[in-house]
Design a protein around this ligand. Structure first.
Ligand SMILES: Nc1ncnc2c1ncn2[C@@H]1O[C@H](COP(=O)(O)OP(=O)(O)OP(=O)(O)O)[C@@H](O)[C@H]1O
Ligand SMILES: [Mg+2]
Length: 365
């Protein structure tokens, strides 16, 4: 990436003499392509706050699930390309998720195998210009979804690493996702954005993606000894407990019991192009993400509770034009300021849908 300070590069470059090769063919080139999976579950790993552990969680939760034998594709849509760099994948001369969103190009053409069960669709720094480039394109927030629907990837799980904003790229992830996982550092400021995040999820669920649900919050860089961390956890648990009584996209969400402790190995492994399991399988970081992967898969057991009646009604395509102005039905924890019950003209603007339910649009943040 051109904008990485030169001083940060030498050690990384030395350790990375064998970058992952660019894809040579279509979907059959992938190691996980024994068959197209009937039910692909797409998870957006999202938090508009920067540096909370989104990329680390996408990389290592994905690797953990893949180690349990499940086919996982990681999708990088962050112009910072951190997930791609984590696995030593560069896209200077090869297609990336930018091409998927702009051309549009089938996702399978940019996917690269990492292991037998893990693959990656890398990003490009060009994604930084996407909002401007697609500014007048109808349905621009549904481009990723359309590509994934048109040619499903041969994976059981797709994990999307979102950029730290609620802009067009994150909206594309939310429009394509079944579930949202929110990495969060348990301190006061980290909670501040939660209301806005949930409000965005709620708006996308109402306007363009009725199936969207929040799976839960993953506590990252956790230090159990701090009183504040424990208070934040209690607040979050109480909030999600209360949310069970209301029909919201997060009424089935939880705080994952598997917390990710602060562990320096997790910060080191990207510079070696490795997941935490390949870098140091015995460290606390590997244990925590292995536990999280197991807990995540347990949640995927095919026990699907019937949605509340109110939710079922809301799942129908929404013809209202004023729903963008409604606040979510449950408020985030007291520790965090709640979502502002005001319209979000700067965050989500309607745009003409290409097809299907009414469409939401992006904002800059
Ligand atoms: N549990 C952890 N222990 C120690 N360091 C961690 C841990 N999790 C993440 N880090 C480090 O913290 C920094 C931020 O993590 P990460 O890049 O995953 O956050 P992010 O939310 O993706 O950031 P951005 O918003 O910029 O995309 C990175 O240097 C990462 O290596
Ligand atoms: Mg990141």
């Amino acid at each position: 990436m051109a904008d990485i300070p030169a001083t940060a590069m030498p050690a990384i470059v030395l350790r990375r003499s064998n970058p992952v090769p660019a894809p040579t063919g279509g979907v059959l080139a992938l190691p996980v392509a024994q068959s197209i999976m009937a039910d692909v579950k797409t998870i957006a790993v999202m938090n508009q706050k920067g540096g909370v552990g989104k990329t680390t969680t996408t990389a290592n939760l994905g690797a953990g699930i893949a180690m349990l034998g499940r086919a996982v594709c990681l999708l990088d849509i962050d112009p910072q390309c951190h997930l791609s760099l984590h696995f030593n994948v560069e896209t200077a001369d090869s297609p990336s998720t930018y091409d998927v969103l702009v051309e549009p190009m089938p996702v399978e053409r940019v996917v690269r195998p990492l292991t037998d069960t893990l693959s990656l669709a890398p990003a490009s720094v060009d994604l930084a210009g996407l909002e401007t480039q697609l500014a007048s394109v109808p349905g621009r927030e549904q481009r990723l979804r359309q590509q994934l629907d048109a040619a499903p990837l041969p994976a059981e799980f797709i994990l999307i690493d979102c950029p730290p904003s609620l802009g067009l790229l994150t909206l594309n992830a939310l429009a394509a996702a079944d579930e949202v996982i929110i990495p969060l550092q348990p301190h006061f400021f980290a909670l501040q954005g939660l209301g806005q995040l949930l409000q965005t999820v709620s708006l996308v669920q109402e306007r363009i993606n009725p199936r969207l649900r929040v799976a839960g919050v993953v506590l990252c860089m956790f230090e159990r000894i701090t009183r504040l961390a424990n208070e934040v956890v209690l607040d979050l648990q109480a909030f999600f407990e209360d949310a069970r009584l209301h029909a919201t996209p997060w009424s089935g969400a939880k705080v994952f019991e598997s917390v990710v402790r602060r562990n320096i190995k997790l910060a080191e492994c990207p510079s070696h192009g490795l997941s935490i399991f390949d870098y140091d399988a015995t460290c606390n970081g590997a244990k925590d993400y292995a536990d999280l992967a197991e807990e995540f898969l347990e949640m995927q057991a095919p026990v699907v509770a019937a949605p509340p009646a109110e939710q079922t009604e809301r799942d129908a395509p929404d013809e209202r034009t004023d729903s963008l102005t409604e606040p979510p039905r449950a408020q985030p924890p007291a520790t965090a300021p709640g979502p502002t019950p005001e319209p979000l003209p700067q965050h989500v603007q309607p745009s003409p849908p290409v097809h299907g339910p009414p469409s939401a649009d992006e904002h800059t943040s």
